[in-house]
Each structure stands twice: as C-alpha cells, then as structure tokens.
Write a protein that binds this ligand. Sequence first.
Ligand code: IMP
Length: 422
Amino acid sequence: MANTILIGAQWGDEGKGKIIDVLTEQADVVVRTQGGNNAGHTVFIGARKYVLHLVPSGVLRRRKVCVIGNGVVVDPIGLVGEIDGLRKLGVKVDDNLFISETAHLVFPYHRELDSQREILKGKNKIGTTKRGIGPAYGDKAARTGLRMIDLINPPRFESLLRQKIRENNEILKAFGATPLSFKEVHSDYRAAGDRLKPFVANTVVLLHNAMRQRKDILFEGAQGTFLDIDHGTYPFVTSSNTTAGGACTGSGVPPHRMDRVVGVMKAYTTRVGEGPLPTESAEIADMLHAMGREFGATTGRPRRCGWFDAVATRHATMVNGIDELAVTNVDGLDSLATIKVCVAYRIGTARYDYVPNDVEAMARCQPVYVEFPGWRTPTNKVRRWKDLPSKTRAYLKAIAELTGARLAIASVGPAREQTIFL
Ligand code: IMP
C-alpha cells in the first residue's frame, strides 16, 4: 500500500473513519497529524459502534501501531477518557499507541475562550465544537503553548501552567467569565500526565524507523478540505491544515515519502457549523435526517445537507493532489427519483468554475446543476461494482470525473463489508 494520506474532500464528516478502518487492514502504522478532539470518527464493527476523537482508528485492528503526531492538539483529560472507554470495550491500548512529545496541549482556558469568543461574535459565530481547538493552535502559533513534553516534566509544567492560568484568568475576567483554579487544573492535568507518560515518544524518529523497515503508513486526516485554515472558507474553518500538506508538517514525514492521496467524499454534501454551503437543500436534509442520518459524531448537531458540489471537490483534488476517491454514503441517495450535481456557481451573470476566496462571494454563489436519474433501489447489500444499478454506476463515475480523480472505493453502508473496491 505504501504511504497513503487520507483526507476529507468536503467539509468534514465524509465518512473517513470507516474508510480509514478499511485501508488500515493494509497499513502497519496509522498516524493522526492535525486537529484534536473536535474530530469524531465513527467506525462500526459488527454490532458495535466506536467513536474516536484523538486515538487513530488503527487501534481497532490488531498489531497496528497508532501515532498521535506533533501536529495534533491533545486534550489530555479527553484522551485519558477515550483510552479508558476503548479499554472498557475490549480494545487494546498500551504499547500500540504513541503520542508525540511536541504535540501541543488543550487546556480548560482554551475551551472557555472558544465559547466566549463565539458568544461575542453573535450571529457571525463560526459554530465551533467548543473543544478549545482555535485558542490552542493560537497559543502554538504565538509560541506560548505547552506541549506533551512539558506535561510529563512536573516542575516545568507547574511553573508554565501557573503563568498561563494567571494570564488567561485576566482575559476570562475581561469576558465576564469565571476564572480557573490553578490548583484544580494542575492536579487534573498532572494526573492525566502520569497516565499518558508511557505513550509519549519522539514520533518523528519512530516514523522514520518504521519507513526504514519498509512499513506502510496511513496518515489519517481529520475534518475536511474546506475547513482548512489556509484553503477553507475562512474564517468558517478549523485551525489546522486539514489538506494533504498537513500530513507532512504534522508528522515529520517529508513530502517525497508520500506515495498517494486518497480523498474521501460523500455522494452528497454536508457541513456542521456556520459558513457558506452553496448546494444546501432542505429537501435532501429532511430526507437524510428522517432516515436518522447526518447528526454530528462529536456534538450530535444535525448536519446541514446539500447536493454534491463538484466545484468544491474539484478544488479539493487540486489542493490535495488527490489520486484516488472513496465515495461514501451512496445508499443515502437510494430513494431519490432525481439527483442534482453542482457543476459551476453563478453570481448574477458571472459564472465560477472554481471556489471564490471571498467568503461573502461564496455565500452569494448559486449552484448550476445537472440532473441525474435516481436508481430507487437499495444498494446497501451490494458488494461488487458490477452488481450496482447501472444508474448508480453512472452517477458515481460522473462525480468522480467531475472531481478529477480515479474512483477507487464506493461505500454503501457503515460496516466494513459494505465496501466496493474498483
Ligand atoms: P473547531 O474545529 O471546533 O474550532 O470548529 C471550527 C469549524 O470546524 C466548525 O464549523 C466545526 O463544526 C467544524 N468542525 C470541526 N471539527 C469537525 C469535524 O470533525 N467534522 C466536521 N466539522 C468539524
């Protein structure tokens, strides 16, 4: 399989968890390289549902090494809770998990600031997951963040945290929010630090050793292309590089060691949080929500839904260098008589074949649709490409062609076996 970067080609929630799980079978090492516990990767194995936030999904398969890379922001309390939860479900988490020494930490003041800034923004809010992700990356960029390596060094951690709590309490007071107790945060974090210490490692060296031993690495992207801090619909984005380049900076594996990029996209479009979504449609949202689908894995929020947006996915192919596509949730469209696909945007008389950078312009974009006949047959039991209805195949081929990459996987349900390889 070689080294594979897997990314979301839309606004996150593309069903990456399942595709990662499927591809992990051929990988030796699975690495998270950006984001934090704002992510929620859902994997179904048999009747069991696993929701992972920070731990790479590779943990669900035996003999896979899982790495939380330097580009991730780690909430230590959240991570300890996640590890305990996985162990309770019988998942082995010990010498198969490594956390980068240089991964930055998320603190309660980050979460509080995240909430306070959203309140202050009012109707212009981003709709964040309130996990403190933006403020934690903010500290990292400002060079005032604390890292895993600090957490496991008690004297240094105490002095750095004392300073940070003092500074952030002033900010919280200015917002009218309750200041934090150093003592409480310190004791909770030190306890989590003791629990996490055995996992902390120099993951750059570890990954390069793995490559020397010709191991195959899967880089597990979180969120999606249009939530990228540089390439997304700024400011309605997350605070990390969710695009393929983030896999290199977030792990220490250089670009020329990457062999392929797999882009995951839904057969339609969804988004959680605020920001433009040109193909948003009440018709498709009502249908999917009535089926019990499209509720966020991290916050439970109903996702906004729309038709497939090929302008956006074409852009995603460009910025990520997507070689292969995995299209998920194909079965979500099974009942429709007609399926729309957006092939261009229009603002007034101007036609756009690309995603405008100005978020206000993007919000004014009207989709130009082409229509495809629906197949109106359940696809969730199909296991081979040739057994899919011909209209499903035509639709999938068309969206892959419009996106500009090779269709490699079609997923017709959440289970591992509901996966069609081309
Ligand atoms: P934050 O990452 O919590 O700061 O949220 C910023 C934006 O990214 C919001 O619109 C969130 O809904 C969105 N977001 C963050 N993580 C995910 C995810 O894992 N899936 C989908 N959307 C996400």
